[in-house]
Design a protein around this ligand. Sequence first.
Ligand code: HSE
Length: 408
Amino acid sequence: MEKTKVAIIGLGTVGSGVARLLLDFGDRTARHAGRTLWLEKVVVRDLKRARDCDLPEGVLTDQLADVIDDPEIKVVAQLIGGLEPARTIMLQLLESGKDVVTANKALVAVHGPEIFDRARELGRSVAFEASVAGGIPIIANIGQCLSANQIQTLHGILNGTSNFILSKMHEDGAAYDEVVAEAQRLGYAEADPAMDVDGTDAAQKLAILAHLGFGARVDWDDIPRTGIDTLDLADVRYAQKMGYRIKLLAVAQLVDEGIELHVSPTLVKAGRPLAEVGGPFNAIRVEADAVGQLLFYGPGAGQMPTASAVVADMIDTAVGRTAITFRTLELWSNRQARVGPADYAHARGRFYLRATVDDSPGVLAQITKALGEQEISIASVLQHEPESEGQPVQLVIMTHETTAGAMM
Ligand code: HSE
């Protein structure tokens, strides 16, 4: 059987999973690729570090040159996180004639234009299915399977760590700080866990999906975002009382002005599919004109789900499928973006407000007056009696539909 030599850069959680799939299930990959994907080299920084997988003799190296200088290695899974040296290595691999597969969403979101342009100039390809929503094949679905559609909206739970934390707060009444530590222990979190809970990770994934689905070229850092680090257990309890669940939603919506994008903790009616996505799982609801509504659900993080997406990309690259879609999709090319970002201030929705206020005459009147001046109509107000005389009280207000601008 024909053999395509492949390599992995980085043997962390995902890299070890990819090595395991290639080595232990080589017959499976060969069946799908019509050739053996032969793991020739795995490059690591520190040869002495204990590893989670057994590699054949001579495969592990700390020399990137062992890959770059070997013209027989055709496909490389570049699985190191962060921006540098990931970006430099990516470019070096492309320059040396390799087709590259990556799971690094920050790299694609930040340096996508540079990397994709260079790959095109060199006649190479880049595949990045694992960069968004781990094991869910959302890149292939949006980039290829829905190509007869105009996508209208995307609503995604794209950060598994945040979803795990919110689920624990809802189900166990656990406090935010306790659950953050647990998510880190379980290995869902990014190396810098702040990126999970402040909305950065979800915004980077949303920027990639917005580019694929709408042809929008947006800087992820321009996407308005609020993370779950602004929430308190009290918010979760009030949401539950009102029949909602709080989810960190990444939203892209086509409007007359362009594409509206934001990431924010959102109250989703209990019982709706996105409200029921628990633990570290991800889900994306897509609305498109021809197909209607679709829901993608599955593990958005973790070793084997992410490795599953990486190896599928390696197979597609080895057989030449990636090169075709890479050429036809022209991602992050210098072509004019099909659609520009819309002003978030014009985004319409209902809003949840919680204020800790003095329990004294006229306080509620002042708040309702301030909202009224912005033409914000109140749908419901919730206030419990103070625990003791003179203590402040929590006031929870749900608005009718208004604009984000009015709420700012
Ligand atoms: N830290 C990410 C998450 C995993 O929690 O979803 C990979 O993107």
